[in-house]
Design a protein. Structure first.
Length: 541
């Protein structure tokens, strides 16, 4: 845990990693508390009818032990892969705990993936058992002939009287199991969790993490959440529990600290419903991707319409931008703290307004325990304000073990002792790091290198713009031109006059070489399941 400090320097300098050699994530986020305080609430399950079911650590432990015994009976062994195709619900958490306790590897998969992406992840990971819901089985059944290693499917909601077609179901095969289970002895470096990269470019790769990854995330969660845990903290995120943001930025660290989490499945993110949930549940802590925050901005007068109890508001995944930070301070009366990382090495940069670490436009500074620098392709550290590769020094407990069955890609992820993120940025004299863009998103126009983030931040400030994305379009004269894709606000009909107004808006606020020479209007933007814009698809249009 981070020690109380009065300055960032004191906070950073006083931190030391303490990683035990033997460690199990499932024990940490469940059994540890169940043994001490079995009635302590771990989860509040908000159902579709609005009712709330509290779930204690003791109940979690009993259910996870039953599932662990069921999984063991199927023949699963340590380091076998178990995929989870589930929403935010208690069974998802129970499954994670059980998988870790038997020493297997959890492979979370987002529900939004199509059949090809789903089949690829199940096949590439060599998944032995899939835990899912009955409504997903029609998607799985046609894929089974192409998945020879998938021996079992377990449905969380299939009733015993239904035709199970030789599949497992929770009511018949789990709930009658013993609630006693001995946790498999695992070491901190033993593999536990495999999260596939979002695949904005090329084939998705399975980033394999050890049990230590949870401990590695703790300072990166505490810092942007103003020293979580505090008395009365209650956490909710709309982020899918199938990716690092939902699991490792929110769910697992909260359970480690004993902070209860709200589980609620949003069929589709609704900003009004999100504000209502924050108010009604008296949420104290939240984490949302920038896209969700930009959708919140479309709600009129939220500060006066909703009584919020927020103590901390975190975001990450891509740059939020100055405009959104100012909006949150003015409308919600809260500072949003940004954090930065990626599936392979997460939460190594962050902000903490409470400690004075906050600068609009910048991500923040190094999280205690991490050494982050801007380097060139030779691995040399660059001078302040020089743009280069954002890199993290190894060893580091939050760092992945490697890509699944892809040694070459793992090797290519490093330059010497530096893990390279593939993102461009620069660091100023005070240590603040600013994200410029991914290597493949940088726009080269008439000799200028332009990051899309600054332009998007400017565009979102225009009164007609709801969402936007910027890419480089090939141009014979300039190499590339800046092209913007814009989702207009409700009631706005785009025309040439609006296009010219937006172009002048950017040109006068930024620079003549950065304004979008072309603008296309869309109903929505292509996004990954983690809420990041897929610029590759925009470039293909």
């Amino acid at each position: 845990m981070l020690k109380p400090a009065t300055s960032y320097t004191e906070l950073y300098d006083s931190f030391e990693w303490t990683i035990p050699s033997q460690y199990n994530m499932g024990w940490d986020i469940c059994d540890k508390w169940a043994q001490k305080e079995p009635n302590r609430i771990a989860l509040y399950h908000r159902k579709d009818d609005g009712s709330i079911k509290p779930i204690s650590y003791g109940e979690l432990q009993n259910s996870a032990n039953q599932l662990a015994n069921c999984l063991t009976e199927t023949g699963l062994k340590p380091q076998d892969r178990v995929a989870l195709l589930l929403p935010q619900c208690p069974q998802t958490l129970i499954a994670h705990i059980a998988i870790y306790k038997i020493g297997a590897i959890a492979v979370p998969i987002a529900l939004l993936f199509g059949e090809e992406a789903l089949a690829y992840r199940l096949r590439d990971s060599g998944t032995k058992l899939l835990i899912t819901s009955q409504d997903q089985m029609p998607r799985i059944t046609p894929l089974r002939p192409t998945l020879p290693e998938l021996t079992h499917c377990l449905c969380i909601d299939q009733h015993p009287g239904q035709d199970a077609k030789q599949e497992l179901n929770w009511q018949r095969d789990v709930i009658d199991q013993s609630t006693e289970h001995i946790c498999h002895p695992t070491h901190a470096d033993d593999p536990a969790l495999m999260i596939y990269t979002s695949g904005t470019t090329g084939r998705a790769k399975g980033a394999l993490h050890g049990h230590r990854v949870l401990l590695g995330h703790l300072p990166g969660v505490q810092m942007p959440h103003n020293f979580l845990p505090q008395k009365g903290d209650l956490f909710w995120t709309p982020s899918d529990w199938a990716w690092a943001g939902g699991l490792l930025n929110c769910l697992f660290p909260c359970l480690h600290f004993g902070v209860p989490v709200i589980a609620y499945k949003f069929p589709k993110f609704d900003p009004e419903a999100a504000f209502a949930l924050l108010q009604d549940m008296k949420v104290r802590n939240t984490y949302m991707p920038p896209t969700a925050i930009r959708m919140l901005r479309q709600v009129k007068n939220p500060g006066s319409r909703y009584k919020l109890a927020l103590r901390s508001f975190g975001t990450g995944g891509e740059s939020l931008g100055k405009e959104m930070l100012h909006w949150a301070e003015q409308e919600l009366g809260i500072s949003i703290n940004e954090s930065y990382g990626q599936t392979e090495c997460n939460l190594m940069l962050g902000s903490c307004a409470q400690l004075g670490v906050s600068r609009p436009g910048a991500i923040g500074k190094q999280v205690p325990g991490h050494c982050v620098a801007i380097i060139n392709e030779q691995g040399e550290t660059l001078s302040p304000n020089q743009t280069g590769i954002i890199a993290v020094k190894q060893p580091n407990p939050v760092m992945f073990l490697g890509y699944w069955n892809n040694d070459k890609a793992t090797k290519d992820k490093y330059i010497g002792d530096w893990l390279i993120t593939g993102d461009q940025g620069y660091q100023d004299e005070e240590g603040y790091i600013t994200f410029v863009g991914r290597d493949d998103d940088i726009i080269t126009s008439a000799g200028y290198r332009i990051g899309p983030g600054e332009i998007e931040d400017c565009l979102i400030a225009h009164p007609a713009v709801a969402l936007c994305a910027v890419v480089g379009k090939p141009d014979p004269e300039r190499t590339q031109i800046v092209k913007a894709y814009i989702v207009p606000k409700e009631g706005i009909e785009p025309d040439e006059t609006l296009t010219q107004d937006i172009q002048i808006f950017v040109k006068t606020r930024l620079a003549a070489h950065e304004y979008p020479r072309e603008i296309s209007y869309l109903d929505d933007l292509p996004m990954t399941t983690t809420g990041k814009i897929i610029r590759r698809k925009l470039k293909e249009t």
